[in-house]
Design a protein around this ligand. Structure first.
Ligand SMILES: [Zn+2]
Ligand SMILES: [Zn+2]
Length: 165
């Protein structure tokens, strides 16, 4: 029973896996440091003090735990282009969508379940989802705006702080 998330408190939703980062993630980083191998691809490490062989591996590791890293990675992967209508737009007009929605059990930060959509296409997809799920989903969606979308901005370095737009 949650004591601190009243209805309409999407901030309480765990977009970041802080526990994992400081738990099994820390263990992985410790092991990588010990073995001098990249924590992602196991290539030998050259830079002292880092557990990543490259920026790409760093980003991919962060993306496993933090929403903003996953989001940035997906926007770049998709070339800042909406995957529905194909428009290339500035970052602020783009959103990162869960292909299989979270309400349907889709993976939270797995890049293979994430895609770039423009705001309009994202809104359209959300409407389709709500329509498909019916009134019950409507009510839940009002309680948790962004439930189906995972739209969020997170301050990196503050893993528990999520703000929603
Ligand atoms: Zn690597
Ligand atoms: Zn679009």
């Amino acid at each position: 029973m949650s004591q601190s998330s009243p209805i309409g408190a999407p901030r309480a939703r765990p977009l970041n896996d802080r526990e994992g980062w400081f738990g099994s993630g820390r263990e992985l980083r410790r092991k990588a440091r010990q073995e001098h191998r990249c924590v992602v691809c196991a290539r030998p490490l050259v830079r002292v003090g880092s557990v990543y062989c490259s920026r790409g591996c760093q980003e991919s590791f962060h993306a496993r735990y933090f929403w903003d890293a996953a989001r940035a990675r997906v926007l770049r992967r998709d070339g800042f282009r909406c995957r529905r209508c194909g428009r290339r737009l500035p970052r602020r007009h783009l959103e990162v969508d869960h292909i299989v929605e979270r309400v349907r059990g889709g993976a939270l930060r797995d890049p293979s379940n994430l895609q770039t959509l423009c705001r309009r296409c994202h809104a359209g997809k959300t409407r389709e989802l709500l329509h498909a799920l019916g009134e019950r989903a409507h009510r839940r969606s009002e309680e948790y705006p962004g439930l189906d979308s995972g739209i969020g901005e997170i301050v990196f370095g503050e893993p528990s702080t999520a703000t929603w737009d």
